[in-house]
Design a protein around this ligand. Structure first.
Ligand code: DGL
Length: 271
């Protein structure tokens, strides 16, 4: 089935909300000619505090939808969905499926002081996949895992620099700094949108690790290996779907992507 895929076909990307736009931005930067489809599962956000089987069911429904739209590859632009669902997606779909995971390995190699903080949802940190990552790479340094309750909601609401967001982010970052953290791994695709605030609170000497650029490179490598890279100098288009209220997602899309991009509500059965 994979050989029937066409390089001109679009790439399907999804997240629980608009967080995956941090990954989509990197994909667009690296692969300007590709057509991109994006689903924000905003009616079901946040994934991070939902049972794993709920997130698996949502990931399967959205991947099926993206495959029906002709996607040649799927990017799970969500650490939580990757942690619990990527194996099942790969089992059920004959498409390349690229997932994201907290950049623990790069975080450990960049850490000079030897204390690494991993910021992610409770769902990601509690998953077996993350436990395996920690036992493979976490022995060489002190690793502090930190769920960041409420951060996803602040990003979704567009309050990237409000007083409430500042206090929420400070309540996590300041104690981590007191524990000697010198490297912070952004293990949720919503968090890069809070990076300026995290940077301000953590100080310039702290390394911030975002895996978005590495995911885009991995996607490029996989498509290239399968002969599915779209070449040419043209600019690929984008199309967006949401499962929740298109109005509020539309406002955030306009701010974080660009105004006036095509946005639809997911059709019955997927919403
Ligand atoms: N952006 C997501 C992640 O990377 C999901 C956050 C959520 O819905 O809780 O984990």
């Amino acid at each position: 089935m994979m050989s029937e895929l066409d390089a001109a076909a679009p790439i399907g990307v999804f997240d629980s909300g608009i967080g995956g736009l941090s990954v989509l931005t990197q994909i667009r930067r690296l692969l300007p000619a590709e057509a991109l489809l994006y689903v924000a599962d905003s009616a079901h956000i946040p994934y991070g505090n939902k049972p794993a089987d709920y997130v698996v069911a949502r990931s399967l429904a959205i991947t099926r939808f993206l495959a029906e739209q002709g996607a040649k590859a799927i990017v799970v632009a969500c650490n939580t969905a990757t942690a619990v669902a990527v194996a099942e997606l790969r089992r059920q779909f004959a498409l390349p499926v690229i997932g994201v995971e907290p950049g623990l390995k790069p975080g450990i190699s960049r850490s000079r002081g030897g204390v690494v903080g991993v910021l992610a949802t409770a769902g990601t940190l509690g998953s077996e996949k993350f436990q395996r990552l920690i036992s493979t790479h976490g022995q060489q340094r002190r690793v502090i895992v930190q769920p960041c309750h409420g951060w996803v909601e602040q990003v979704e609401s567009g309050a990237l620099a409000s007083q409430e967001t500042w206090e929420l982010v400070a309540s996590i970052i300041q104690p981590l700094r007191l524990q000697g953290v010198d490297t912070l791994v952004l293990g949720c695709t919503h968090y890069p949108f809070l990076a300026p605030l995290i940077r301000e609170l953590a100080g310039p000497e702290v390394e911030i690790v975002d895996t978005g650029p590495a995911i885009a490179r991995e996607l490029q490598r996989r498509l290239d290996a399968l002969g599915l890279l779209r070449s040419g100098t043209g600019t690929g288009g984008e199309h967006f779907w949401v499962s929740g209220d298109p109005k509020s997602s539309g406002m955030q899309l306009a701010r974080l992507w660009r105004p006036g991009c095509p946005l639809e509500r997911l059709s019955a059965g997927v919403e």
